[in-house]
Design a protein around this ligand. Structure first.
Ligand SMILES: Nc1ncnc2c1ncn2[C@@H]1O[C@H](COP(=O)(O)OP(=O)(O)OP(=O)(O)O)[C@@H](O)[C@H]1O
Ligand code: SF4
Ligand SMILES: [Mg+2]
Length: 317
C-alpha cells in the first residue's frame, strides 16, 4: 500500500512510559494517533511538558514506544529499528547546537551526503551549495561557521542539511521559537515553499497556536500526553471544541460560566502545574471551567472524524 491517501508516516495508539528511580511510571505520551500525509503540514501544539518532543522523537525512530506502533507507508516499522533517516529528517529550536562549531555550514550540509554515500566529494559539495542557495544562503556565507551567522541564517542552513537527502518527512520541533518575529515569518515562508516544491509531509511543533495557524493545514492539540483535539487548522483554531484549546486560544472569558468569570487567564497560567495524568477521568478536569460530575469517571476518547475533541461536553462548533 503506497498511494496518495496512505499517510507516509503514522503513529497509532502511541505510548511512551518512563520510570523514575522508584520504578514509578510516568506516561510522557499515551494513546497518541497522528497521521502525516505528503504535501501536508500537521501542527502539533501544546504547553511545555505535554509530550510534543517525545512524539517527535518517536516519529524519528529515536524513541521506542511502550505501546502502539509506527507505520511508514502503511507498513509497521520494526520496534528495534533505530532511526528513520534518511526518509525522515528533523530541525530543532537551536540549530547552532546541532552543528559542529568548527566546521563551515557547507561542510555540515555536505556531511549527510557523505554518511549516506551519495556522489563523490565534488558532487557532494555542489549539491550542498545548491541546497544552501535554495534556502537563501549564498556560497560566500556557506563558508562561515555557525557562530559567524545569525540565528535565522543558521536555521536556514539546518533546513538545508535536513532536506539535502530529499527526505519524505520533515519533523520541525519548535524551529522558530528562538527567533525574532520578522525572522520567524521568513522561516515559516521557507517551510511552506519546501512543502509545495517537494511535496514533503511535515510535523510542525509549537507551543504557540497563532504560529501554527499561519502555516499548518491540520492541527492537533496535546494536553498532558494525549491529543485532545484535531482537525483542519481553521476549524481547530477558530472554532475549538475542547475547552483546553479554547483556553490556548485566549477565548476562555467568552466560554467561562458566570460563576467562574475572570478565572480563565489564571487557569491558563497554572495549567502546567496540574496535568491530571494520574487522574482516572479527564486529565483536564482539575482546570476545566466546564467540568461536570461525569468528567472524573472515565477518560474521554478522541473520536474519529474531520474535527474532533476528547471531551464529554465539547463546545458547539
Ligand atoms: N527521558 C526521559 N525520562 C523521563 N521523563 C522524560 C524523558 N523525556 C521526557 N520526559 C518527560 O516527559 C514529558 C514530556 O516531555 P517532552 O519533552 O515531550 O515535552 P514537550 O511538550 O516537548 O515540552 P517543551 O515544550 O518544554 O519542549 C515531560 O514531563 C518530561 O519531563
Ligand atoms: S471532559 Fe469535562 S473536564 Fe474534560 S475537557 Fe471536557 S468538559 Fe472539561
Ligand atoms: Mg519539546
Amino acid at each position: 500500500m503506497n498511494d496518495a491517501l496512505t499517510p507516509v508516516l503514522e503513529i497509532r495508539g502511541g505510548g511512551v512510559t518512563f520510570r523514575d528511580a522508584d520504578r514509578r511510571e510516568f506516561h510522557a505520551i499515551e494513546d497518541v494517533d497522528l497521521q502525516l500525509r505528503r504535501g501536508e503540514i500537521l501542527g502539533l501544539v501544546g504547553e511545555s511538558g505535554c509530550g510534543k518532543s517525545t512524539t517527535a522523537r518517536v516519529l524519528m525512530g529515536l524513541q521506542a514506544l511502550s505501546a502502539g506502533e509506527i507505520l511508514l507507508d502503511g507498513a509497521p516499522v520494526p520496534a528495534r529499528r533505530h532511526s528513520l533517516a534518511p526518509r525522515v529528517q528533523a530541525i530543532f529550536q537551536n540549530p547552532a547546537g546541532s552543528f559542529n562549531p568548527r566546521r563551515s555550514l557547507l561542510d555540515s550540509v555536505a556531511e549527510p551526503l557523505r554518511v549516506w554515500k551519495r556522489g563523490n566529494a565534488t558532487e557532494r559539495r555542489e549539491r550542498a551549495l545548491q541546497e544552501l542557495e535554495r534556502v537563501g544562503i549564498s556560497p560566500q556565507m556557506a563558508r562561515r561557521r555557525p557562530s559567524e551567522v545569525s540565528g535565522g541564517q543558521c536555521q536556514r542552513a539546518a533546513i538545508a542539511r535536513a532536506t539535502v537527502l530529499r527526505p519524505e518527512v520533515l519533523i520541525c520541533d519548535e524551529p522558530v521559537s528562538a527567533l525574532d518575529v520578522s525572522i520567524q515569518a521568513q522561516i515559516l515562508e521557507l517551510l511552506a515553499e519546501l512543502r509545495a516544491e517537494q511535496g514533503l509531509a511535515m510535523l510542525f511543533i509549537s507551543h504557540d497556536l497563532s504560529v501554527v495557524s499561519t502555516l499548518c493545514d491540520r492541527t492537533a492539540v496535546m494536553y498532558a500526553g494525549t491529543v485532545v483535539e484535531q482537525g483542519d487548522t481553521s476549524a481547530a483554531t477558530d472554532r475549538p471544541r475542547h475547552p483546553y484549546t479554547a483556553i490556548l486560544h485566549d477565548s476562555v472569558p467568552v466560554l467561562t460560566p458566570a460563576a467562574h468569570a475572570g478565572e480563565g487567564l489564571r487557569m491558563r497560567s497554572v495549567a502546567g502545574t496540574v496535568d491530571g495524568r494520574a487522574e482516572p477521568g479527564c486529565r483536564f478536569a482539575g482546570l476545566c471551567p466546564l467540568v461536570q460530575e461525569d468528567c472524573r469517571a472515565a477518560r474521554p476518547e478522541l473520536p474519529a472524524g474531520a474535527h474532533s475533541a476528547a471531551c464529554l461536553h465539547p463546545l458547539e462548533a
